[in-house]
Design a protein around this ligand. Structure first.
Ligand SMILES: Nc1ncnc2c1ncn2[C@@H]1O[C@H](COP(=O)(O)OP(=O)(O)O)[C@@H](O)[C@H]1O
Ligand SMILES: [Mg+2]
Length: 275
């Protein structure tokens, strides 16, 4: 199986004046197409730094990051920006929506950045608003939406450029438990139906529970990692209709792959996955 994200011996240290703040210490990580992988670990363990480097938002001190076999650390700033726009969608803890734009315009904007016309971009925005089940709220500005609704707009915006990878940094951290669960359910559905790869940083137990692979960071290092049997999406009252559809061929392949990987990698630590 080929990795679509591959980091090798990744190091990063921030400097505040003469004070070093080490963030990553030799991260080797492989993420395969279609995974719903979760980066867990305490605050300060390096989750955001790792996501930002993989997403070409930040540079590293040393090591390599290949996304679709392209070493993004060696790209010029312009190429990185284009690469990000075409291949990677971001979802942030604080939603990061443009306040003066409506939900629909926030989504359409990234399509326009890709060079699409305004009309086409707005059509695409309508499609993704439907996908995240807030089509009726497209005209509202972010401050007229709840946290959960804003995060749905952010997910729609991340998906509107049709990226193969979504990087989500603590996407449920500002949401109440139920809204967070609805959002996880939505992301799982999109992962299973569209095959979009998700790499999510979180210490939310519900996000960890949904993971097909859990990668634990501590002090900038991967200290534990295990694959899990993918569970059906958590059952909630406002379930995304996607989840009611029968498992498709892609999901069956994924299940087989996960089972065989689990057999290969099963370790005594399996019982501690909720720690
Ligand atoms: N901009 C920054 N300036 C200085 N130190 C930083 C900066 N960003 C992150 N760090 C430090 O790097 C380490 C990892 O941070 P981060 O990646 O944000 O962890 P996490 O997302 O797991 O909370 C922490 O010690 C943090 O203080
Ligand atoms: Mg963080």
């Amino acid at each position: 199986m080929t990795s679509i994200i591959k980091t090798r011996d990744l190091h990063k240290c921030y400097w505040v004046g003469t004070m070093p703040h080490p963030a990553l210490h030799g991260i080797d990580l492989d993420i395969e197409q279609g995974e719903f992988a979760v980066l867990a670990g305490r605050s300060g363990s390096g989750k955001s730094t790792l996501l930002n480097i993989i997403g070409a938002l930040e540079s590293a001190d040393s090591g390599s990051v290949e996304v679709f076999d392209q070493n993004i650390l060696q790209m010029t700033q312009d190429r990185r920006t284009r690469f990000r726009l075409d291949h990677i969608g971001f979802v942030f803890q604080a939603y990061n929506l443009i306040r003066v734009f409506s939900a629909r315009e926030n989504i359409a904007y990234v399509c326009q950045l890709q060079g699409k016309s305004k009309e086409e971009s707005l059509e695409i925005a309508n499609h993704w608003l439907r996908e995240v089940e807030i089509e009726h709220l497209g005209y509202r500005k972010p401050d007229q939406l709840s946290g959960g609704q804003q995060q749905r707009v952010a997910i729609a915006r991340a998906l509107a450029t049709e990226p193969q990878i979504i990087l989500a940094d603590e996407p449920t951290a500002n949401l109440d438990t139920q809204t967070g669960r609805n959002l996880i359910h939505l992301m799982q559905g999109l992962n299973q139906r569209l095959g979009t790869t998700f790499l999510i940083s979180s210490h939310d137990p519900d996000v960890k529970e949904a993971a097909s692979r859990l990668i634990k960071l501590a002090d900038g290092q991967i200290v534990d990692e295990w694959s899990t049997i993918p569970k059906p999406p958590i059952s909630i009252s406002s379930a995304c209709p996607v989840q009611n559809k029968p498992l498709g061929e892609r999901v069956r392949i994924k299940l087989n792959r996960m089972f065989s990987r689990r057999r290969r990698k099963q370790s005594p630590k399996d019982n501690s996955r909720h720690s």
